[in-house]
Each structure stands twice: as C-alpha cells, then as structure tokens.
Design a protein around this ligand. Structure first.
Ligand code: G3P
Length: 478
C-alpha cells in the first residue's frame, strides 16, 4: 500500500504486518492528509532487540566518530528543511516560517549536541582516598560516563522534529541507541527527520521509529523491559507513564500554566509585545506559552488596551499563508478550548474580542477580569485564548502562580532588578524569565519543570548527562 508511510527499524523502511494504518488529519482541511503504519507489539519487540544489539557496538564506537555522524545528520536535516517543514504545515498546522525554523533549529541542536558531547564525555574524574577520614592515599578512583542502553523517546505534536532530536542527539552522542515513538500528528515529519539520520549512515538498528496507536503500543513501549530510560514530552500521559515505568531514569516535561507577572513600573510596550509573542505564537500550543497574565490593577487598563491593539493585528488563517493564528491541532482540542471560553463567559469574564471559531480555527481572544473560580484561571487551553487576572499586590500574583499544579516557567516584568530576583526566587517554577516571555530556547539552556510540569532537567548538557551513568574504577595500591 503505497499510500501508507513505512516505519523504520533495523535500518530499513517497513510495512507493518498488522495491515492497519493510522490516519493523520490535516487540522486545516480536517481531511486525512497522510497515513502511517499501525505497528504491532511484535514489531516493537523486534525494534527493541535490534536497538539492544546495535547499542553494544555503538558504545564502543569512538566518540569523535559518533560526533561526526551527528554533524552529518545535522547538515542533511538542514538540506531537507523544505520537505520536513511542509509536513509540519500539513500535519500540525504550524505556520510555514515557524515550521522551517523548527527544522533549522533542530539541525543546530544536533551539531551543538555533538560538540558538547565530545567535551563533556571526553572528561572524567580522578579522586584520591585520603581526603576521607581514616584513609591513606591507597585508592585512586577513576570515573567516566557510560551510556544507559536503549532510550525510548516520545515527543509531542507541537515540536515533532525539534523535541525528537532534543532526545535523539544526546542519546546517540552518549553511546545509547534509541526507539522513537512519534506523536500521531507529526509522525510523518518525524519519519522524514529520521530519514535524514538514515542517510547520514548510522548503524542498523541504532535508531528506529515505530508508529501506531497509543492504545495498542503505548503502554507496551513504556513498560517494555528492554527500555533503559524514557524521555517524554507531552501532557498528562506522562504522569501515567511515570507510575507504570520500571526502575529507570525518566525525563519528563508535561506542560505548564506559565504566569506573566506585570509590576507597576514595567515597560508596558515591551510587556504587550511579549504577551503577544508568548501567548499567541503557534496559536498558544506551547508548554511555555504565557498562559495567564497577572497584572497590577493600576496599569491593567493601559496594558489590556495595548495588547488588544496588537491582537487586532494578528493574521488568522492557513499555515501555508504563514498566518500568525492557525487551526489548533484537532477538533477535540478546539472543543476543549471552547469549553474553557464558555465557562469564563458564564462566570462573567470581559471579552476583549468576540469569540469566533470556524472548524479548528479559533480567533485570538483576550479575556479580562478573570477570577479564580473560572476554569481558565488554572487550566491550560493550549490554544489562542489568554486570561488576564488583575492583582493588587505582588504577593497575590506569586500566590496565584504557586497555587498551580504546574511549575514550568514564569516571567516578571519590572525595571527593578532587585524586585525581579526576589519574585523569581519566590515563584515555584523551573525557570523565571525577567523582562521576556517564557521560552525553552536557546536549546542549551537548562529546561525543567517543578510539580506536575516534569521530572529531571533538559537542555543539551543536562540531557547528555541524564542519558549516562557514572562508572567508577578504583585502583587499590599495595
Ligand atoms: O511545548 C514544548 C516546549 O518545549 C516549548 O518550547 O521552544 O516553544 O519554548 P519553546
């Protein structure tokens, strides 16, 4: 069946023996755009087996050679920018320019990872025993970083390429093999990206990409005894995975409710520009999107007017036309967003624009005078709808931020750097941005969430370290 994209295992493109396919719906047309193989559990077993075998010799491949292959994959991925970006446009309705920059950013991430890897993995430690009481200098301890084995990578729909390579590249440079389970929306973009790694000439079985329904192979993958580490980005599924996974390292990033705290002395034009960028880019479908504005009452009217004026300038339409606001990923997502909007309406929120929806396309919406009894004060819409809560003290803002189950990022706008640092210290989030919107990048910065937002820390260096284990060899002198 030539219409169904093949999955990738053991260095080959394969059809599933299930004879079944999973349809990928284009969010804009709401019609089937692509089909991918519905892999079986047996096929997952085979991919796991070849990953295990391939990893053994990969771990012995010199670090500089591993880096060389990653640099090659990076260059090929950048050359393939256009076809990969086109898939992103069709599968997840990412605006054309953002889709292209996701691919370039991914290529850069892969080569940075190769460079960082040769340096941090090229160093170990040397310890002597006589610093600890009771010991003579008779023991020398040498430590190095060894790979974990097989990494299972599960990226989300919103960055099917970038959040896949942010797991693949650290895994590979550190000597691991990898099984990738792409999101359904984004699976073809991921397969194209994997094709670039295939062209670079990595050994057979080192990377595989199994597609299929989460209900059939999801738990099977995450509970598979052959998996030595799971790196997951996505929603609540991550919490379920962490309860079921075995005694293996987990790296999880599970969304956020990033607050933007605005003080009276803030540069309100800068704030408005960052709220637009932070709240509405990729139609709010980013874990790090600004998801609630907490603004001091005395400047709230002015700020809301400024943001309103900028919302009016946002273009709304097809991702092919590079519109700012494009259809959200699925009908169920659009329905969920609509539910939050209706709840806010019933409870008396101020609508700065009229609510408008056509299929999966939702027009950007700023909701003022949001109160804590409204669902949108706490829940992530993952859409172009942004709530504003007016506060009367900094404490009120910090309390709202910290009452959330999430703790990914947050931001504070003020000209008073001392206040900003104190607020940053008080906010229970993995990162606080001062005078800019939350963002994961640059991709070598540490990226982590507290509470329900995640486990462990990402970013190139942290991911490489996380995908290794320390090995010690102790030389005992007579
Ligand atoms: O939503 C995924 C999260 O990693 C966001 O990344 O680059 O949009 O801040 P970014």
């Amino acid at each position: 069946d030539g219409d169904v994209y093949k999955y990738y295992a053991d260095g080959e493109w394969k059809k599933s023996s299930s004879g079944k396919a999973v349809a990928i719906i284009n969010p804009t047309t709401r019609k089937t755009q692509y089909k991918v193989q519905a892999c079986t559990q047996e096929e997952v077993n085979k991919a796991m087996e070849s990953a295990k075998t391939a990893q053994k010799s990969w771990a012995k491949t010199p670090l500089w050679k591993r880096a060389e292959l990653l640099h090659k994959a990076s260059a090929i991925l950048k050359e393939h920018r256009a076809p990969v970006a086109e898939c992103l446009v069709k599968e997840i309705a990412k605006p054309a320019k953002d889709a292209a920059s996701e691919v370039v950013r991914s290529g850069d991430l892969v080569s940075y990872c190769a460079e960082e890897g040769v340096r941090i993995l090229g160093e170990g430690k040397f310890l002597v025993s006589d610093s600890f009481p009771g010991n003579e200098r008779t023991k020398y301890c040498l430590t190095s970083k060894i790979p974990l084995g097989v990494i299972l990578a599960i990226p989300p729909f919103n960055y099917p390429v970038n959040l896949a390579v942010s797991k693949i590249a650290p895994a590979l440079i550190a000597g691991n093999s990898l099984v990738l389970k792409p999101p359904t929306q984004g699976a073809v973009s991921a397969l194209h990206m994997v094709h670039c790694f295939h062209l670079a000439g990595f050994p057979k079985g080192l990377i595989s990409c199994v597609t299929g329904k989460g209900s059939e192979i999801g738990d099977f993958l995450t509970m598979h005894p052959g998996v030595n580490c799971i790196s997951f980005t996505g929603g609540d599924t991550g919490i379920a995975i962490s309860k079921k996974a075995g005694m293996i390292p987990l790296q999880m990033e599970l969304g956020g409710k990033d607050a933007c705290i605005v003080l009276e002395d803030a540069d309100l034009d800068l704030v408005a520009a960052n709220i637009i960028k932070g709240g509405f880019s990729y139609s709010g479908q980013r874990c790090t999107a600004v998801k609630v504005v907490l603004v001091m009452e005395s400047v709230a009217d002015v700020l809301v007017e400024k943001v309103k004026a900028k919302v009016a300038e946002l273009t709304v339409g097809a991702p092919e036309d590079d519109c700012d606001i494009t259809p959200v990923v699925s009908e169920s997502s659009a329905n969920f967003i609509e539910g939050l909007v209706k709840d806010a309406k019933e409870k008396g929120a101020t609508f700065c624009q009229e609510y408008k929806r056509d299929g999966n396309l939702i027009w950007p919406l700023l909701l003022d005078n949001i109160r804590p009894d409204m669902r949108i004060a706490w829940e992530e819409p993952f859409g172009p709808v942004l709530p504003v809560i007016r506060i009367n003290s900094i404490e009120e803002g910090i309390n709202h931020c910290n009452a959330s189950n999430f703790g990914l990022q947050g931001c504070v706008f003020t000209k008073d750097v001392n206040k900003a640092i104190l607020i940053s210290d008080a906010m229970e989030t993995g990162t606080v941005q001062i005078n800019s919107a939350p963002a994961r990048g640059p991709d070598h910065f540490p990226f982590q969430g507290l509470k329900d937002s995640g486990i462990g820390s990402q970013g190139i260096t942290n991911s490489i370290n996380m995908m290794t284990k320390i090995k010690s060899t102790v030389i005992n002198l007579p």
